[in-house]
Design a protein around this ligand. Sequence first.
Ligand code: NAD
Length: 300
Amino acid sequence: MAIRFDGQVALVTGAGAGLGRAYAIDLAKRGAKVVVNDLGGDPHGEGADRSPAQKVVDEIKEAGGEAVANYNNVAEYDGGFEMVKQAMDTWGRLDVVICNAGILRDTAFHNMSEEDWDKVVAVHLKGTFTVLRAAWPVFRQQSYGRVVVTTSSSGIYGQFGQANYGAAKTGMLGLMNVLKQEGAKYNVNVNTIAPVAGTRLTATVMQEDMLQKLVPEMVVPAVVYMVSQDCTDSGYVIEAGAGNFNRASIVKGKGVQPGTDDLKDAEWVQQNWQQICDLDGAEPMWRTGQTLKDYLASKQ
Ligand SMILES: NC(=O)c1ccc[n+]([C@@H]2O[C@H](COP(=O)([O-])OP(=O)(O)OC[C@H]3O[C@@H](n4cnc5c(N)ncnc54)[C@H](O)[C@@H]3O)[C@@H](O)[C@H]2O)c1
């Protein structure tokens, strides 16, 4: 069965270029009405330009779809509300939010300025908060919502020179893990994409042939499926792009449980370090409080 978004409204941030543009175009082809947000700054977060968002809207309309341009800055609290308001004022609902807008200010940690840190954290982490905070009451009220937030391999595994970006991108996992719980009762699913694609953000790290070959359209299917009605999973991290799709997860190892009757010391940890760190039989995405629950259960 074809995945369709007829009658649904989607908001994609940073949709004037790269991955966001590809998500917006595919959603519109599948019947969604799309708010194409883009501030239109440079890859380091300087400046503003209305033409990227407008071009994508023109492209969607020429192909017979429906879209409106939005030029707000995701890093501003009011910016998030303006985008959601525009969706509501134009079409009266909002079903899908893809938080995708992003910038880079890479430098080794010992050279990282306060501005490098603040700007990157503001666009990625606060910029996801502002949009979702505005969309959340709409989702709760209509008992439906599909969200994809954007992390990076840098946020999952780390990448030299990206302390600001990696920290902000790991923040997506924390945000998703909380919102998947708060949204569950309202049929609001929150998943995370870790993409790989040739775009202007990766232009400095990818060679020209890779940039051309690894098109954003290789990421699109994972994101579009996750924001569809058909996807009922929440709290998943999916890596997609460059001809690959896989799930990534935080896991909890089996560990060692010496019990509470006998306090252990650092030497005991040293002696048992291998077993404490062993990931054989580890389970994905353990729930908060599980260790305490297991302890209480063992006392009954
Ligand atoms: N391309 C990759 O391989 C890759 C890998 C990991 C993560 N990502 C993430 O994917 C997302 C999209 O990146 P891309 O590669 O398509 O880059 P891109 O530069 O092509 O697109 C990002 C868009 O976001 C917009 N934007 C930036 N700051 C904004 C703001 N404050 N408000 C509104 N719009 C803003 C930009 O104008 C730009 O059009 C980013 O979050 C990025 O960190 C990309």
